[in-house]
Design a protein around this ligand. Structure first.
Ligand SMILES: Nc1ncnc2c1ncn2[C@@H]1O[C@H](COP(=O)(O)OP(=O)(O)OP(=O)(O)O)[C@@H](O)[C@H]1O
Length: 935
């Protein structure tokens, strides 16, 4: 920093003032700065303090402190600033308050980021001004302040007075001036000034500065006053005073206002009077707004001024609002959007409401509203192509594919039946081209529900449907949702409100007719405290209601009827009845090992090779290797983990290829290299342990909550004691009841000597039964188990324990038992058979007789020739009725198929006698059949 040639020219540290802030000489101002800014400024003024030029200026103005700073007004292109002395600064935790006192004007010569060179002039001497207007101004201020205070405290009886009061309160400017002028500093300053102007002589230049500083004059006048010199400054000063008097006379004088008001009433008839009055109010408010804006207190010149981007964005919104009629938006919606946009235009851009409203309008604009003039009617789906597409994406699942094709055919029919609307007659200028006819509301297409265990291709089937239809695909996971607002959006009044998931999906897909997959609908929360999300789902899926879907954020109805909803679930029975009723259920079952091998060869390996960027022949894997992975590395009805393993192998191959050492083949022995050792321990089937005798252990079959089936081992041991049974392994109520049934039934059979082949030692058996305390345990104790289907398993367990007869570990069984020994049908046959197959070891499964229809269905489901399948289904059912009448167990085509594909022999059982007969191959039987032995 160096002093310039003129002794009145000096280089000072610069402090830029906030927008529209102007410091005037003679006034002390306190400014809050953030710590860093204050430190920075302090370092610059202490550097300047030591300079001679600065000390000279300080001496000239009789200042004790040499901390001089040039405060540059926050007004664009200002060429004048105020030289201030820093009186003091107070450090707070995050901020610092700096107290500046205006000393004199500085005319900017050169300005850079940190310093400014200013030229200072000797302060001019001013003669006593004409004080008539000045005193009138003081009177006006006093009159106004006392009037304003009275108005808010007294309650007049006089109608006229009351009107005046109302008019005064109508005036925002009045409140503003009251706050500013009645502030203690300002009002004492004004009082002192009034006295000073009353004197004959004095420093009138200084008094004028203080008056302009204290009074909230418009910013333009203030800056003009700051920069002007000599006579010009006096002119501006008189202008300021005249302006202020005008404000008080015309805008804040209530009797003047009420005079005009009453004259409006006299001049016109009643209705016209009302109109004129409202016009008067609006004119008045508009004038005041301009005045207030002029004072630099609102958006036009204030901090919240709009940016160029705001204007661009608002222009886009304006264009959208102007063309609302071209979009398929509900009439209410059009009205609300227009109104909201009008509101937006009135708001200050810095207000939080402005931001919220603009974000809302942007979202509305971004939604893929269909344009009436480009509405594309649904095109019929080519079913042959659809079949090809489904085959190209998925192996097997014949029945599911057929059901999907049926569904697509139904969609086609709906499209054809769509009623054509008569053209609408529109009143208008006739200049516009006729709008295209509005499409008819879509007919209600059924909603698909794909259900089955994880990883069996539900999601990818839904994706294929979207590809087939040529529509966009969106997936929404609704599992675990527990807030109504997740689906229906939050009301805009909430902070951070967003639209619901459905509207978000529409926005993402940029299409009004996407295929939306609602994943895991069986796991949606219900009866939650935050509203029931299931109820929201019902509304979305209900074709009656979803044409007028109300998203809380959007605030007006949206038509969802063109969306194709596909839902998935793992367990169909977890769905509530109303939800299930709305859907077309397509079941997808797990895959057996052979199917997994096929899927891997035909679909997964090529897909993973492509993803790894490898040529299609880079990996050759034989069936044995895939089988090993399926059996020893995974245990799942689907193929997700298997796919992951294959992906890992492909990545390993890619690395080898880069290193130039790749071979194509992957054999069983290579698996450890790519995917480590087998991670999965296969479910332990019934069998011996080193010390345990060979009886009391039986394989059951369970149907799990993820839609898969698995082998469940039931273990029972007996200890000397009284006849009682305890159970462990997190067994549910129904399962515990089954154990009681087993206990009673076995006791009954022994008491009544109904077990053939044991008559010789019946008494001994009875004694054993009565003196044994039995413990039943079902391993994997952390998993809770329930259901009636282990009835025969438990009864056989006890029988095996008491007879000391081993149940072969290659047999698994499922079936509910009644107290009279009858075996009742159970659910999840297909999954349980697959579970037995995946567990290995098992080669014979006992199923309730009445479950044969499930085996038939499973067989039919997997037949590729769908015509033949339908024929066969009818045939088998006929046969079945015949067989049931004759009471014979039958091993027909479906059973042979199960044997071939799953390696399982199926034995149907009608009652517990059949169970014993088939397990111990006739060695143990019930005499005469249990039904005849009923008491
Ligand atoms: N029959 C099949 N043919 C070809 N690929 C299949 C078949 N079944 C499943 N897949 C593949 O298995 C993977 C897992 O399938 P997907 O993600 O669709 O399972 P999901 O049933 O939706 O499971 P979740 O219930 O866990 O969501 C996908 O890559 C899918 O393409």
């Amino acid at each position: 920093m160096s002093s310039k040639s003129s002794e009145w020219q000096v280089e000072l540290p610069v402090h830029r003032l906030e927008r529209n802030l102007i410091f005037l000489p003679g006034i002390t101002y306190r400014v809050v700065l953030d710590k860093q800014k204050a430190l920075d400024l302090a370092s610059r003024w202490s550097a300047a303090e030591v300079l001679e030029s600065v000390a000279a200026i300080a001496a000239r103005f009789g200042l004790s402190s040499k901390r001089l700073v040039a405060c540059v007004p926050g007004y664009p292109d200002s060429d004048t600033c105020t030289v201030c002395v820093v009186n003091g600064f107070y450090k707070m935790s995050e901020t610092t308050v700096v107290s500046f006192k205006g000393v004199t004007r500085g005319y900017i010569v050169q300005l850079d980021e940190e310093n400014v060179t200013v030229e200072i002039e000797e302060e001019m001497q001013v003669p006593k001004p004409d004080t008539k207007d000045i005193i009138r101004l003081f009177d006006n201020v006093d009159g106004f302040l006392s009037h304003y205070k009275d108005e808010s405290t007294l309650d007049p009886d006089d109608k006229e007075e009351r009107l005046q009061r109302i008019l005064l309160r109508l005036t925002p400017l009045a409140t503003l001036l009251n706050t500013q002028l009645s502030a203690p500093d300002v009002s004492t300053g004004l009082k002192r000034l009034r006295q000073a102007y009353g004197r004959k002589s004095g420093d009138f230049a200084h008094y004028n500065d203080v008056l302009v500083a204290l009074f909230p004059f418009p910013i333009k006048l203030k800056i003009a006053y700051l920069r002007s010199k000599g006579a010009e400054r006096m002119e501006v000063f008189y202008k300021c005073v005249a302006f202020a008097n005008k404000v008080f006379d015309e805008h804040l004088n209530t009797s003047y206002l009420s005079e005009i008001w009453s004259s409006l009433d006299h001049r016109s008839g009643n209705s016209q009077g009302k109109l004129l009055r409202s016009q008067f109010i609006s004119d008045h408010l508009r004038n005041l707004r301009r005045l207030v804006e002029d004072m630099g207190l609102t958006r036009a010149t204030g901090r919240g001024s709009r940016t160029i981007e705001d204007d661009d964005e608002n222009k886009r919104i304006q264009d959208f609002v102007d063309s609302l009629d071209k979009y398929m938006i509900n009439e209410d919606g059009k009205r609300l959007i227009t109104k909201d946009f009008q509101r937006l235009k009135q708001m200050q851009s810095s207000s939080s409401d402005y931001q919220v409203l603009r974000a809302y309008l942007e979202i509305i604009m971004d939604l893929p509203w269909q344009r009436l003039d480009s509405f594309v009617e649904s095109v019929n789906v080519d079913l042959v192509r659809a079949r090809e597409q489904l085959d190209a994406d998925h192996y097997g699942m014949e029945s599911a594919k057929e059901r999907v094709l049926e569904y697509l055919a139904v969609l086609n029919l709906h499209n054809q039946k769509q009623p054509r609307h008569e053209p609408e007659f529109v009143y208008g200028s006739g200049d516009e081209p006729p709008a295209k006819q509005r499409p008819a509301p879509a007919l209600k297409a059924p909603i698909l529900l794909l259900t089955g265990p994880p990883g069996v291709g539900k999601t990818s089937l839904a994706r294929s449907i979207a590809t087939t239809l040529g529509r966009k695909f969106q997936r929404i996971s609704v599992g675990g949702l527990n807030d109504f607002a997740d689906l229906k959006g939050h009301r805009r009044t909430y902070v951070g409100a967003i639209p619901g998931l459905i509207v978000q999906a529409l926005r993402r897909s940029q299409s009004m007719n996407p295929v939306i997959l609602l994943d895991e609908v069986d796991k949606i929360g219900s009866n939650s405290r935050k509203g029931d999300p299931e109820a929201a789902l019902l509304e979305i899926l209900d074709p009656e209601q979803n044409t007028n879907f109300q998203d809380h954020y959007i605030g007006f109805p949206i038509d969802l009827s063109q969306i194709l909803f596909v839902c998935t679930s793992n367990d169909l029975w977890q769905l509530s009845d109303p939800l299930r009723d709305r859907m077309e259920v397509i079941e997808l079952s797990g895959y057996n090992y052979m199917e997994k091998v096929e899927i891997c060869k035909k679909y997964i390996i090529p897909r993973q090779l492509e993803r790894a960027g490898l040529p299609s022949d880079a990996v050759a894997m034989d069936d044995e290797t895939i089988l090993k992975m399926a059996t020893n590395y995974t245990s799942e009805p689907g193929i997700r983990n298997l796919e992951r393993l294959i992906a890992a192998i492909c990545r390993g191959k890619a690395v080898e290829l880069q290193a130039g050492e790749a071979t194509k083949n992957v054999t069983v022995h290579d698996l450890a290299r790519y995917i480590g050792g087998p991670s999965h321990l296969r479910a332990t089937a019934a069998g011996d342990t080193k010390f345990q005798k060979k009886y009391g252990v039986v394989n059951g079959l369970s149907y799990n909550s993820d839609g898969s089936g698995s082998l469940l081992r039931f273990e029972m041991i007996g200890l000397p004691g009284s006849q009682k049974m305890s159970c462990t392994g997190r067994l549910g109520e129904v399962l515990l009841e089954s154990s009681q049934i087993a206990n009673t039934l076995v006791g009954y059979l022994l008491h009544n000597n109904l077990v053939a082949g044991t008559q010789g030692y019946r008494d001994e058996l009875l004694k054993r039964y009565e003196n044994t305390s039995v413990h039943l345990h079902v391993p994997e104790g952390a998993i809770s188990k329930d259901g009636p289907s282990a009835g025969i398993t438990m009864t056989l367990c006890l029988m095996s324990l008491l007879l000391r007869k081993k149940v072969p570990e290659t047999i698994a069984m499922t079936g509910e038992i009644t107290l009279t020994g009858k075996v009742l049908p159970i659910g999840g046959v297909r999954e349980k058979l697959l579970g037995a197959h995946l567990a290995g070891k098992v080669n014979k499964v006992l199923l309730p007789r009445q479950n044969r229809k499930d085996v038939i269905e499973d067989y039919i489901y997997n037949l590729r020739d769908r015509e033949l399948a339908k024929e066969l289904f009818a045939k088998f059912l006929d046969e079945e009725e015949q067989l049931l009448k004759e009471g014979r167990t039958h091993a027909g085509e479906p059973e042979k198929w199960v044997n071939q594909t799953l390696g399982l022999e199926i034995v149907y059982v009608d009652d517990f006698s059949d169970v014993l007969a088939s397990v111990w191959e006739g060695e143990v039987l019930l005499t005469g059949g249990i039904r005849e032995a009923r008491i």
